[in-house]
Ligand binder design. Sequence first.
Ligand code: SF4
Length: 253
Amino acid sequence: MTIRVSDLVLYLSCPRQVYFVSRGHKLNEATATRYIEHLLLKELAYKFPLLIKNDNLCKLSTHLSSIASDAQGELGAIEKSQIIGAVSNINVDDIVAGIENLIDALGRDVLLQRITPWEKEYQMHSDHFDMSGRPDKLVLIDGEIIPSIIKTGNKPEYGAWKDERIQLAAYALLIEETFNCPVSRGLIEYARHGEFRDVGIKQADKKMALRIKDRTQKVIDGTLPGKPRKVLCESCVFIDLCNVKKSLLSRLF
Ligand code: SF4
């Protein structure tokens, strides 16, 4: 079975979640306020290039309201109060301040070059690695095709989180095979902060992405992983399943 880059991302969040999802259990994330917040922020981030180009950042709040109202229609089962809660967790002033800092530091044209998609959610597949994926954007800078991902959580003080580097490296491998060109960097937009990072992708990151892909494959094929130490289990929908003894779990699925 072809592994998706999103499976790798889930594995890095918790390998056991891959195990349960691959056995038909639902993450049920669509009903969580945090997930709605993620969807709203991501849609908002897709508006950044046009708003910056037209000098219209002051309209960010209006755009957020309109995205929220569309989401209400599309995510039928969601309570209005959850959408309102998700919107109230998004600090538009922080986003505008972050983008204005970027414009001061990089210049409007350079920033636009780095966040304007050449392709949006372009589907790629590698026969060689038996892996597929769809980065949020492909950005074209001076003939170089660069994967770009939009993140809606917190940003690290410098650089990128390890799982983000591995995700970018996996997309780099797909771009290299699809377009037959080398990829040595990726871009991350931290939508919540209106911030953006340029991240080098090393050979070691690509090798790590392939190792994680192999481990993900093993879990999907039926190896129940141990409980990782550093994961947040309290809000996980699988907490009851996970508390069943490992030996019994293996027999249950
Ligand atoms: S309860 Fe914890 S260990 Fe189990 S799947 Fe959820 S996050 Fe992973």
